[in-house]
Design a protein around this ligand. Structure first.
Ligand SMILES: Cc1cc2nc3c(=O)[nH]c(=O)nc-3n(C[C@H](O)[C@H](O)[C@H](O)COP(=O)(O)OP(=O)(O)OC[C@H]3O[C@@H](n4cnc5c(N)ncnc54)[C@H](O)[C@@H]3O)c2cc1C
Length: 362
């Protein structure tokens, strides 16, 4: 396996480096309210520069390059101290695999070029790990479905134009089979968005969304009634792969920043974080190489998610060891790392999937 850039990859990397050098000093600060407020602007700038959606279909505005180009983007953004690439690959894959050609043509270009913002309305106050128990309803009325229910932890709900929504369309069949998926406009009466403050003080990352009579055309259902579960499993499966999320480069950047600050003895937490980050970097390379060989992953995404969580939380512990509670950026990195074992499916759920679907335990 040769991890060095091919000539085309090296050319892409140097164009991106030059693009980033031209913009040095203008980046939104990563991770705070300003970053989230300007994330759309950053997404559109990356896209216009030719550095976003590199591996996605040309038909919808991507460049159909191998996924290694996305990793080059992640590495160079981290090296330049720029904010990460907004992560929405799981939504692109979800629509790409389950939506009709008509819906793909209508919605994927705006999602990829960043002119239309999206959120994912899956979790509810009583349905997170046990997503199939969701109670938001979609009731057919003429050409529309009418939505009632309560979604929570909905990332980007405050700025989203569209929501990929799961709702129950049939109560009389086994629960997984009664769920349908919709693309619903967030700009309409009957939708109330309430921000939630995160433990690190950020108020614009996610919120709760209350649906009370909001409408969605039946033509914006993805697949047939009852086919929402299959889409949900595709989306959460892809949410769990570190290679598509670019986290590995972000952790490496933080570890390097902390290493530069330390004089004298290196705290053990930082040494572990450095080792684990390098391990994740190599793991991501292996997954990429498997993807290039045409291998696609199912439940193995849960192993990736667990690994990614361990590494992020090690980096978080190192941040606390190096900065204590007095450095707001390092404290924020520690606090945010606590969310990694919950978002996209908790660590316990990943272990259940590994036990049942990979190890065959009952
Ligand atoms: C930063 C962040 C962003 C998020 N963004 C979104 C988003 O954009 N859209 C969205 O829909 N959701 C989002 N979520 C929600 C996330 O998917 C849920 O929080 C997650 O699935 C867990 O659900 P829950 O919070 O209801 O916890 P629960 O399911 O109530 O779990 C509580 C505890 O019980 C454990 N547990 C539950 N069931 C089992 C079991 N069968 N076996 C063993 N242990 C179990 C869990 O592991 C956990 O420790 C986000 C969450 C976070 C933290």
């Amino acid at each position: 396996m040769d991890f060095r850039d091919s000539p085309a990859e090296a050319d892409f990397r140097s164009r991106l480096r030059a693009w980033l050098t031209d913009r040095a000093g203008t980046f939104p600060a990563a991770g705070d309210d300003e970053y989230w407020a300007r994330q759309g602007e950053w997404h559109q700038a990356l896209y216009a520069g030719g550095f976003f959606g590199a591996s996605w279909p040309r038909e919808y505005g991507g460049q159909e390059l191998p996924p290694v180009y996305d990793v080059i983007v992640d590495e160079e953004l981290a090296a330049a101290g720029a904010p990460p690439r907004p992560s929405l690959g799981y939504l692109v894959v979800g629509l790409g695999r389950h939506a009709s050609a008509e819906l793909q043509q209508r919605f994927l270009p705006g999602m990829i070029d960043g002119t239309q913002r999206w959120c994912q309305g899956f979790s509810e106050p009583g349905a997170g790990s046990d997503l199939a128990s969701l109670t938001t309803t979609a009731t057919r009325e003429g050409d529309d479905y009418v939505i009632h229910g309560h979604k929570i932890w909905t990332s980007y709900s405050d700025i989203a134009d569209w929501c990929l929504l799961l709702a129950r369309t049939d109560k009389d069949v086994p629960r997984h089979r009664g769920i349908s998926a919709f693309i619903i406009s967030m700009h309409q009466p009957g939708i109330e968005q309430r921000p939630l403050q995160m433990i690190n003080g950020v108020t614009t990352e996610f919120g709760q969304v209350l649906f009370d009579g909001a409408r969605v055309p039946a033509s914006q259902m993805i697949g047939a009634p009852g086919e929402g579960w299959a889409l949900a499993m595709t989306v959460v499966g892809h949410e769990r792969e570190p290679s598509t999320l670019g986290y590995s480069a972000r952790y490496g950047k933080l570890v390097r920043q902390m290493a530069n600050r330390v004089s004298g003895d290196v705290p053990e937490e930082l040494a572990w974080a450095a080792v684990e980050t390098e391990m994740l970097r190599l793991h991501v390379r292996r997954r990429l190489s498997e993807q290039l060989d045409g291998l696609s992953h199912g439940p193995e995404g849960s192993l990736d998610k667990l690994l990614m969580t361990w590494v992020e939380q090690s980096v978080g512990h190192a941040a606390l060891a190096v900065g204590g509670v007095d450095d707001p950026d390092l404290l924020s990195a520690y606090l945010y790392s606590r969310a990694q074992s919950v978002m996209g499916g908790t660590s316990q759920i990943q272990k259940n999937i590994i036990a049942g679907r990979i190890l065959g335990l009952k």
